[in-house]
Design a protein around this ligand. Sequence first.
Ligand SMILES: Cc1cc2nc3c(=O)[nH]c(=O)nc-3n(C[C@H](O)[C@H](O)[C@H](O)COP(=O)(O)O)c2cc1C
Length: 216
Amino acid sequence: MDAKKLVNNDFADVMFNRHSVRVFDKNVKIDRTELQEMIREAATAPSACNLQSWHFVVIDNPEAKAKLKKAAMKFNYPQIDTASALVFIAGDTQSHEVYRDVWQKVYEAGNITKEKLDQIFNTFLPLYENATPEFLQLDATMDSAIAGMQLLLVARAHGYEANPWSGFDFKTVIADLGLDPLRFVPVMCVAIGKPDASVTPLQTQRYPAEQLTEFI
Ligand SMILES: Cc1cc2nc3c(=O)[nH]c(=O)nc-3n(C[C@H](O)[C@H](O)[C@H](O)COP(=O)(O)O)c2cc1C
């Protein structure tokens, strides 16, 4: 992660001038090294118990786009047809199975004591090992949604625009993308590219935050 490499490191611009762009310049290619870098940056997102219950499927070629289209609602075809790449984010309900490795590394790096390591394993692992499928799906969905939001901002920091979308068939999209439906839950797709200059993106409004806020 090298902040100096970011094309746009102006946080206010990255956040407040983000708008969903749904039609992209088809001539722009984003190389896989950069896509992987953007995903690496997005995956610095927080996650429940640091389980990182996300999985990224990169769709950047016609064959992969055809697979995604099978499950997508028609109004999302423009993003699929024109984006340089789409990153499908699925929640991983089995992330706790490698949980020991993640914290073992933190321990080996000298960042936590053996007692703290054991405490983490004894507190959190039983929670996940005994969890219902609904709990695991919800947890994985929350983690993935946060990574998705972060990817939207990372894309802007790299000089691209993006659109998050989940208008696809939730029952079929996981299998259509070649993932295991017993393990992964669909969360969202992020279309990334340079905007088609001939199309003006929709400027959306927000409800006044006061209307949706209570202090208790
Ligand atoms: C969970 C989620 C699902 C969405 N699904 C779609 C979709 O299927 N198609 C689409 O064009 N936009 C989709 N959007 C984009 C929203 O329409 C958009 O974010 C919203 O209208 C606000 O506009 P803005 O992104 O320009 O701020 C989705 C956004 C979110 C967060």
